[in-house]
Design a binder for this molecule. Sequence first.
Ligand SMILES: CCCCCCCCCC(=O)SCCNC(=O)CCNC(=O)[C@H](O)C(C)(C)COP(=O)(O)OP(=O)(O)OC[C@H]1O[C@@H](n2cnc3c(N)ncnc32)[C@H](O)[C@@H]1OP(=O)(O)O
Length: 178
Amino acid sequence: MVDQLRMFLDRVAAAVPPPDLVNEITKLAAEFNARLQSHEVAEYNQVAGQLIDLPGRAQLLTPAYTVEELDDQRAAGHVRFGRHHLGNNGAVHGGAIPLLFDDLLGRLALVGGRPKSRTAYLHIDYRSITPIDEDLQFEAWFEREEGRKRVLRGAIRHNERVCAEAHGLFVALRPGQP
Ligand SMILES: CCCCCCCCCC(=O)SCCNC(=O)CCNC(=O)[C@H](O)C(C)(C)COP(=O)(O)OP(=O)(O)OC[C@H]1O[C@@H](n2cnc3c(N)ncnc32)[C@H](O)[C@@H]1OP(=O)(O)O
């Protein structure tokens, strides 16, 4: 379902459909919304965002990224941004790139039985355009850990070209901290 929804968002962004089709799809979407509404659950029971083996954890906000290598210091894999994430002129929107890094670095910050943490800051350097509709490689790694502070870095590449780099601080939560 999430794969189809991701594709739907890409299609909506790309299409200029005739009015009849817009009306038809609007009715279908309203029907889907109504059917799902009766199955809503509390945050801690939802599965979207919890399906760690699916691209982007089945979290629609996040680009569909796949982790292929993971240990307690480093993660690597690939991501493909679609038309939904287009900024302009073939380049990914500058706001979509931190989404990937926040999720990826935040996920790595948890690995190895570490307690939950939250992003204190996330700095992005946009080194060159990040293209949509291309397979891109990413890497994330620990720079250092000091008490509750975890400093991580990441990069997205299109083949040999660096598209963006990230530098983030994640702070481990104290018991009871939201
Ligand atoms: C499998 C599932 C994977 C899921 C991955 C998803 C990851 C998504 C992660 C997120 O996006 S979380 C949402 C975005 N972040 C937030 O909403 C965080 C909001 N901010 C806070 O909750 C608090 O500010 C925070 C927990 C980050 C820190 O507050 P605390 O009161 O716990 O920490 P404190 O102020 O005691 O600072 C602890 C240390 O961190 C340092 N620090 C905190 N914020 C800093 C900052 N912004 N810049 C530099 N240093 C900072 C602080 O100086 C101090 O350093 P020292 O120990 O050396 O003195």
